[in-house]
Design a protein around this ligand. Structure first.
Ligand code: B12
Ligand code: SF4
Ligand code: SF4
Length: 407
């Protein structure tokens, strides 16, 4: 027995070493008892916070009880893979420029599911070479698995108020993945304490007030859900608040002070593709369906489909806050494609045109006020002035990221 437990303990050290060699930023191991999280999970479902993500409620207790999903599971290997490329164009500049498209940092490059699964597979192969009786199942965001509670229990970080796993020395810009295994590997110590302290930056700065409690996100209000998971008509109360975010949202990470410690990704595959970190909304709007399919081969964005992509773009274009010329150009671009798109997208286009029209009327009113001044006043040229409609609270007061290094 003694020798068996020391063999397993040696094996877990080896697994961690192999994992690091394969490019994971951290690896932890935990047991299969997630009962501490079960009530919170079902309360979330009970509140309907999952919206139309039916897959979140479909599997009963399989998500919270790993052995029901995969009988024979004796322990779980939890890994994290960093995805942020600090050399990408500044997310802050982009969020502050309503003519540019903001795409979640995780989706700027290749789809992570494939890469994560390949790495987990490589790790599993290494383990199987040492332990022939090893059996496993690999997961990343693809099955009823409680990834964040597993990661917290495996010591990979704590669950922050934004509900994401945060490591005090690495922030939160990473994906999680797991190997459910039949080996009873010794469990690591969990992260027992939340490290947020009195901070509430993510709750205060969430553009749509989607964080409704400590670590509780009402997905129906979350821009990530609205732009990626939800295919219907986006409730009007959220449209202006979405600003220029056309795929996902990162605000609750960008404002998190722990992300001062973000680690640069080691994966070239996650670096921005198609200049998606610095591209204008009107340029993306010109893409036909064939461009969308071709350019997003291997990208997670392809999954939402062309019409949902156009829906998101239409809203963001309606939120452009610029000079008369740009607003007129944006209205024309929207109008021009109306005949080619479906009813759902057209409804968003109509909304967007109305927003732009209101801004235009406002800008022209300023211009007309100026012409009614006495003739000896030199009129100021205000045609390039932005509309006074403020873009708060779409952009936060303070963001945290380390400066990129050259090595
Ligand atoms: C559904 C889902 C979403 C939904 C719902 C988000 C949510 N917070 O639940 C939407 C579409 C909104 C979403 C958005 C995002 N997601 Co998402 N999402 C998932 C998914 C598939 C399931 C999450 C889940 O189970 N939610 C249900 C709630 C109830 O679970 P939970 O938040 O983990 O809550 C637990 C704890 O907070 C804890 N808890 C809460 N209160 C309490 C109280 C007590 C007393 C206790 C003990 C415990 C406790 O217990 C809860 C129940 O288990 C996971 C992958 C997976 N299979 O786990 C990815 C995942 C969570 N998402 C991820 C990412 C990256 C994102 C985005 C950043 C993407 C983006 N940029 O747009 C945003 C972030 C938004 C946010 N603040 O959550 C990563 C997170 C990585 C990390 N560092 O934590 C994951 C793990 C995917 C992955 N494999 O990497 N996501
Ligand atoms: S992803 Fe955006 S909308 Fe969703 S909770 Fe975070 S800040 Fe709020
Ligand atoms: S922003 Fe503050 S409250 Fe939110 S997760 Fe980060 S440390 Fe916690």
């Amino acid at each position: 027995m003694q020798s068996c437990s020391s063999t397993l303990s040696k094996l877990s050290s080896q697994i961690k070493q192999w994992g690091l060699e394969l490019g994971f930023a951290d690896i932890g191991i935990t047991h299969t008892d997630l009962s501490a999280y079960e009530a919170a999970h079902f309360n979330w479902i009970g509140e309907n916070f999952h919206g139309e993500m039916d897959y979140m409620q479909r599997h009963g207790t399989k998500r919270t009880r790993p052995t029901e999903l995969e009988p024979g599971t004796a322990s779980i290997i939890s890994v994290r893979l960093n995805y942020l490329d600090l050399a990408a164009y500044s997310p802050f500049e982009t969020l502050h420029n309503s003519e540019q498209a903001y795409i979640s940092r995780y989706a700027l490059g290749k789809d992570y599911h494939k890469l994560m699964r390949k790495r987990l597979q490589q790790l599993a192969t290494k383990i199987a070479e040492q332990v022939p009786e090893f059996s496993y199942r690999a997961f990343c965001d693809s099955a009823p698995v409680l990834e964040r509670p597993i990661a917290e229990q495996a010591g990979l970080g704590f669950i922050g108020k934004n509900s994401l796993i945060i490591h005090p020395r690495a922030g939160s810009w990473f994906f999680l993945g797991e190997l459910y295994t039949n080996l009873p590997l010794p469990a690591d110590a969990p992260f027992e304490k939340q490290g947020c302290g009195p901070c509430t930056a993510c709750i205060d700065e969430c553009p749509t007030q989607a964080i409704v409690g400590n670590a509780v996100v009402d997905a129906r209000r979350c821009i990530s859900y609205l732009t990626i998971e939800y295919s219907g008509s986006i409730p009007e109360e959220f449209r202006a608040k979405m600003g220029n975010r056309i795929y996902g949202c990162d605000d609750c990470q960008l404002v998190c002070p722990w992300n001062k410690f973000t680690e640069q990704t080691q994966e070239a595959a996650f670096s921005p593709n198609q200049s998606l970190d610095n591209v204008s909304l009107l340029e993306l709007w010109t893409w036909q369906e064939s461009d969308f399919l071709k350019r997003f081969e291997g990208s997670p964005i392809r999954r939402i489909g062309y019409l949902q992509w156009k829906r998101n773009l239409a809203i963001a274009i309606g939120n452009i806050d610029s000079d008369v010329d740009t607003i007129e150009k944006s209205m024309a671009a929207l109008q021009q494609q109306k005949a080619t798109l479906d009813l759902l997208v057209n409804e968003h286009i109509d909304w967007a045109i109305k927003q732009l029209n209101d801004k235009l009327a406002h800008l022209l009113a300023i211009k007309n006020t100026k012409t009614s001044r006495p003739a000896n006043f030199e009129p100021l040229d205000l045609t390039n002035q932005k509309s006074t409609q403020t873009i708060k609270p779409f952009v936060a007061r303070k963001y945290y990221l380390p400066k990129p290094t050259n090595n």
